[in-house]
Write a protein that binds this ligand. Structure first.
Ligand code: DSN
Length: 384
């Protein structure tokens, strides 16, 4: 029998993943066990509903699996928050989180996409910006979250929910401060910890548990699980959250992915995961430090986590983020263009690049390796 063309495409992508240097801050490489779970027979079954309350027969093993997955993630984050492991993605997780606590039209105070927030944090082209009334807090002149501005805008706009979390922010986020501000205006606090969830799990970033009312995340970034989402909430919102996921915003769950999420939780509970996350932070600081030594401008002047943003407009005004991304890609270095605060260029062009070290740390890179990659990037960009 002729093999599907798809497998030859997968083979080419496997080669790319083996050979290229992967610096996209939201990506990682999963274990063989996660791959095995996601590629298993669990993809064959409909399981709409929740353990003990399904709309289809034959779900007994899926009930066992989903309960196990939920319990393992509670262990990872040392929390008694309720968790829903069914969201298909970070976007689905955020939609469900909003629908748990809000109604369309409510006001949300968040960080804009251009300052480091996410598409689902109120971008006008996304469901979030169309369904809710988003207002945005700013970063200061150095790119740090301006907590005074958060407090001022919270008083001015009286949002129903304040959202902390970002896709391109390299510093510790002060969840306690966000929580104090939210309480002071009677708003819910939501944390989207998608990028830093692995750091929270590994003890390298303060935890939002106990401070936020609802917490969304993806499972495939620093958590190193399969592509997907999860939402945690205070126990009193459990029923609302589950209804917001199914039937509110999704139908059947992807049980093969939930199996992968459970394997990733088991892995995150091992001491090696803590060591991995510590290495990620160490490596990111080393690489970021090298760019600074080479004269580059880094937003906020450094990093506390797994990523940093290089503002090329200061040193290479003729090199846009897009040009840098494209040229580096030709040299086997994969990263992404990214707006820098107050970027003069739009999001399709940008003046910056975002660099993350989680994926190559999984491949075994150490500080010296990342410094060598910084030097190579400098050579390529300086020749443009
Ligand atoms: N698009 C992801 C990122 O690259 O940060 C977030 O979901």
């Amino acid at each position: 029998m002729q093999q599907s063309k798809v497998f030859s495409i997968i083979e080419k992508e496997q080669k790319r993943q083996n050979e290229d240097i992967e610096l996209i801050a939201s990506e990682n490489f999963v274990s063989e066990d996660v791959m095995k779970a996601v590629g298993s027979c669990l993809t064959n079954k409909y399981t709409e509903g929740y353990p003990g309350n399904r709309y289809y027969g034959g779900c007994v093993y899926y009930d066992e699996l989903e309960n196990y997955c939920r319990q393992k993630w509670q262990e990872v984050f040392k929390t008694d928050y309720h968790v829903n492991v069914q969201p298909h993605s970070g976007s689905s997780a955020n939609l469900a989180a909003y629908m748990t606590l809000l109604k369309p039209g409510d006001t949300i105070l968040s960080m804009s996409l251009t300052n480091g927030g996410h598409l689902t944090h109120g971008s006008s082209v996304n469901f979030s910006g169309k369904l809710f009334n988003f207002v945005f807090y700013d970063v200061d002149g150095n790119g740090f979250i301006d907590y005074e501005d958060v407090a001022r805008k919270a008083r001015e706009y009286r949002p129903a929910l304040i959202l902390a979390g970002a896709s391109a922010y390299s510093r510790i986020i002060d969840f306690r401060r966000f929580s104090d501000i939210a309480r002071s205006v009677g708003a819910y606090l939501m944390v989207d910890m998608a990028h830093i969830a692995g750091l929270v799990a590994g003890g390298e970033h303060p935890s939002p548990f106990g401070l936020a009312d609802i917490i969304s995340t993806t499972t495939h970034k620093t958590l190193r699980g399969p592509r997907g989402g999860m939402v945690f909430c205070r126990p009193e919102y459990a029923k609302k959250l589950d209804s917001a996921v199914f039937p509110g915003t999704q139908g059947g769950s992807l049980m093969h992915v939930i199996a992968g999420k459970a394997v990733a939780a088991e892995e995150a509970l091992r001491p090696e995961f803590k060591q991995y996350i510590q290495a990620v932070v160490r490596n990111t600081k080393a690489m970021c430090g090298r760019f600074i030594e080479l004269g580059y401008s880094v937003v906020t002047g450094g990093t506390d986590n797994h990523l940093f943003l290089v503002d090329l407009s200061k040193t290479h005004p003729n090199v846009s983020g897009k040009l840098a991304q494209d040229v580096l890609c030709e040299h086997g270095i994969t990263l992404n263009k990214n707006c820098v605060p107050n970027d003069a260029r739009g999001p399709k062009e940008t003046s910056g690049v975002r660099i993350g070290c989680a994926a190559m740390t999984t491949k075994g890179y150490n500080e010296k390796d990342f410094i060598a990659v910084a030097d190579r990037i400098n050579e390529i960009i300086s020749a443009l």
